[in-house]
Write a protein that binds this ligand. Structure first.
Ligand code: NOJ
Length: 559
C-alpha cells in the first residue's frame, strides 16, 4: 500500500496558459510567464502542472483545435521556452503535464487540408467522411456538443465530415492505423522532451459506431445529441490499450483522461494496472445541477445527498481500481464558490468560507488533488452585460439554445453568467497593479473587477486568506499518511446539510466535516469524541454545532 507512485502523493495544478501571465505585452499569457511564477507554485507545494493546449491553433476553441501536434504556438513562445520550462520546473521538482487532444484536430491542420482536398488523396480517410442523404442533407441528425449539426459539407469532396465539437474541429479517424501511429508519435515526441504526464481530452468519442443512424430527436430542432450516439462505443478499449502500449508503458509518467461516459462497473477496464489510464476525470459530481446532460437552462437546485453520493461513489470505485483525480474546478466549469452551494452569497466573507470549505474537501479526499488556477485565491464567477462580451464558443451556443427554447435574452444571459466557461478563464490576478499584474496590454478576456482585493500579492500577506488556507491544508496533507494512503468512509450519509467523511490508515483516523448551508446546524458528533481540530475555516470549533459553511478537519487522538 505504501508504494504509491510520485503522482499519487503530489498536488497537481492546472494552468490555463492564455490567462496565466503575459511577459510580451500581448494581452495573452505565455510560457515565460509560467516560468516566472514557478516559485509561486512551489509555495503551494505543487508537484505537477497540467497545461491546457499550447500547440499552434487557430484558437476557435482556445487551443483545443490543434493545427500542429509537435510545436508550440508562437503566441506562447518557442520550443526553447518549453524546454526551459521543463528544466526550470524540474529544478523545483515539478513535472509538466501536456494535454493531448486526439479525438479531433483543427480544420487548419495539414492532415485535414489534405484530407478534404479530394476523395483519393493519401489522407482521404484520416477523418470521417460520409455521403449526403438522398436529399443532400446531413448523413445523420446528430447535434455537435457546441450546437448545430455534427456534420459540415465540403464542396471539394461533395461529402460531409463529422465533428463532435465545432465545425473547425473535425474528428480524426482512429480506425486508420496510420492516424493512430501519427498520434502516438506526437505523444512520444513530448515524452522525449521530458513531460511528466498527459491529460487526454474527450477520449470517449474516438471510437464511432459501425453504422451511422439517426437518433430519436431530443431537441426541438429535430437533432440528437452526438454524445448519446457515439460516447464509449464498444471496441474503444482496443484503441486505448494500443495507445497505452505504444506510448505510456515503461515511462514514469501519469495519464488522466477526460471520460464522462464510463460507468463504475467498467472502470476496471479503463484505469489501474490492467486499464488504459491511471485516472479518469469524470463529471458526476460537477453535473449535479443538470437533470440530463449539460443543458444550462435546464439546471435545477440539487440535494446535498446527490453531490455526496457522486463523490462517495467515485471514492469507492477507485479504492481498488486506479486512482481518483480530485477536482472541483477546471477551465470548463464555473468557479466552485458559485457552483457547489444552493445559495447566492452576499458577502466576501461568505464566499471565502465556501471556497475554503471546498478546498478542505479537495485536500482531504483520497486521490490526487487538482487545483485550478485562481481557485486558491477564491475566484468567483464573472457576469458581463452582453453575450457579445463572451469569448467561449459553448457560452454562445448555450445562450442561443436557451432563446430557442423560449427564454428571454436576459434569462439566457443569466444562464451564461452561471455556467460560462469564461468564468474560469479570466486572467490570473497577481497584484493590485494594472490588469492585476497579468499584462500591461489590453487583456484577451477582461480581468475580474474584484482584482484589487483578490490577488496573490494581497493574499500572500494575509494570514487568514484562502491562499494561505490552501498552503496550510497542503502542508497537512503532505505530512499525513492518513490523508495520502487512508481509506475513505462517508458518515451521516443521509444528512442534507452536512458532508462528513473519515479517512483511516492503520489505527489512525482523520475526519472532515462540512456544513453546506447558511444556517448553524446541530448534529450528532459522537464520532468526533476524542478528536482534536487540525484546521478549520473558522479557526476553532464548537461542540455538536457547525456554523454556516463551516469546514473542519479533526484527528482522532490516537495518532
Ligand atoms: C474538453 C476540453 O476540456 C474543452 O475545453 C474542449 O472544448 C473540448 N474538450 C473539445 O476539445
Amino acid at each position: 500500500m505504501k508504494n504509491l507512485k510520485w503522482w499519487q502523493k503530489t498536488i497537481a495544478y492546472q494552468i490555463y496558459p492564455k490567462s496565466f501571465a503575459d511577459t510580451t505585452d500581448s494581452g495573452t499569457g505565455d510560457l515565460q510567464g509560467i516560468i516566472n511564477h514557478l516559485d509561486y507554485l512551489k509555495s503551494l507545494n505543487v508537484g505537477a502542472i497540467w497545461l491546457t493546449p499550447i500547440y499552434p491553433s487557430p484558437q476557435v476553441d482556445n487551443g483545443y483545435d490543434i493545427s500542429d501536434y509537435t510545436a508550440i504556438d508562437p503566441a506562447y513562445g518557442t520550443m526553447e521556452d518549453f524546454e526551459r520550462l521543463i528544466s526550470e520546473a524540474d529544478k523545483r521538482n515539478i513535472k509538466i503535464v501536456m494535454d493531448l487532444v486526439y479525438n479531433h484536430s483543427s480544420d487548419k491542420h495539414k492532415w485535414f487540408l489534405e484530407s478534404k482536398s479530394s476523395r483519393d488523396n493519401a489522407k482521404a480517410d484520416w477523418y470521417i467522411w460520409r455521403d449526403p442523404k438522398f436529399d443532400g442533407s446531413e448523413p445523420t441528425n446528430w447535434r455537435s456538443i457546441f450546437g448545430g449539426s455534427a456534420w459540415t459539407y465540403c464542396e471539394e469532396r461533395k461529402q460531409y465530415y463529422l465533428h463532435t465539437f465545432a465545425k473547425e474541429q473535425p474528428d480524426l479517424n482512429w480506425e486508420n492505423p496510420d492516424v493512430r501511429q501519427a498520434l502516438y508519435d506526437a505523444a512520444n515526441f513530448w515524452i522525449d522532451k521530458g513531460v511528466g504526464g498527459f491529460r487526454i481530452d474527450a477520449i470517449v468519442y474516438i471510437k464511432k459506431p459501425k453504422i451511422f443512424i439517426d437518433g430519436k430527436p431530443d431537441s426541438v430542432d429535430g437533432t440528437f445529441s452526438i454524445h448519446n450516439a457515439i460516447a464509449n462505443t464498444a471496441g474503444i478499449l482496443d484503441f486505448l490499450y494500443e495507445f497505452r502500449q505504444k506510448v505510456f508503458d515503461g515511462h514514469d509518467i501519469f495519464t488522466v483522461a477526460e471520460a464522462n461516459a464510463v460507468k463504475p462497473e467498467e472502470l476496471k477496464f479503463w484505469v489501474g494496472e490492467h486499464g488504459a489510464f491511471d485516472m479518469l476525470f469524470e463529471f458526476s459530481h460537477t453535473n449535479v445541477m443538470f437533470p440530463t446532460g449539460e443543458v444550462w437552462h435546464s439546471w435545477k437546485t440539487w440535494k446535498l445527498t446527490k453531490l455526496k453520493a457522486a463523490l462517495t461513489e467515485s471514492q469507492i470505485a477507485t479504492a481498488n481500481n486506479g486512482w481518483y483525480p480530485i477536482y472541483f474546478e477546471n477551465h470548463d466549469k464555473p468557479r466552485c464558490i458559485n457552483n457547489f452551494f444552493n445559495v447566492e452569497f452576499k458577502t466576501r466573507n461568505e464566499e471565502l468560507l465556501a471556497g475554503k470549505a471546498i478546498a478542505t474537501i479537495l485536500l482531504t479526499l483520497r486521490g490526487t488533488p487538482f487545483i485550478y488556477q485562481g481557485q486558491e485565491l477564491g475566484y468567483t464567477n464573472t457576469a458581463w452585460d452582453s453575450i457579445d462580451c463572451y469569448n467561449d464558443i459553448s457560452s454562445i451556443d448555450q445562450y442561443n439554445w436557451a432563446i430557442r427554447d423560449g427564454f428571454s435574452a436576459s434569462e439566457a444571459l443569466k444562464f451564461v453568467h452561471k455556467f460560462s466557461r469564461d468564468n474560469a478563464r479570466t486572467p490570473m490576478q497577481w497584484s493590485t497593479q494594472l490588469n492585476a499584474g497579468f499584462s500591461t496590454a489590453k487583456t484577451w478576456l477582461p480581468v475580474h473587477d474584484d482584482y484589487k482585493k483578490v490577488n496573490v500579492e494581497v493574499e500572500d500577506k494575509d494570514a487568514d486568506s484562502i491562499l494561505n488556507y490552501f498552503r496550510r491544508l497542503i502542508e497537512i496533507r503532505q505530512n499525513s499518511e492518513v490523508l495520502i494512503f487512508g481509506d475513505y468512509e462517508e458518515i451521516l450519509t443521509d444528512d442534507e446539510n452536512i458532508y462528513a467523511f473519515a479517512r483511516s490508515f492503520e489505527d489512525k483516523k482523520i475526519y472532515t466535516v462540512i456544513n453546506f448551508t447558511m444556517q448553524s446546524i446541530k448534529f450528532n458528533a459522537d464520532f468526533l469524541k476524542d478528536s482534536k481540530l487540525i484546521i478549520s475555516n473558522y479557526g476553532n470549533i464548537q461542540a455538536e454545532n457547525l456554523r454556516p459553511l463551516e469546514a473542519a478537519v479533526l484527528i482522532h487522538n490516537s495518532e
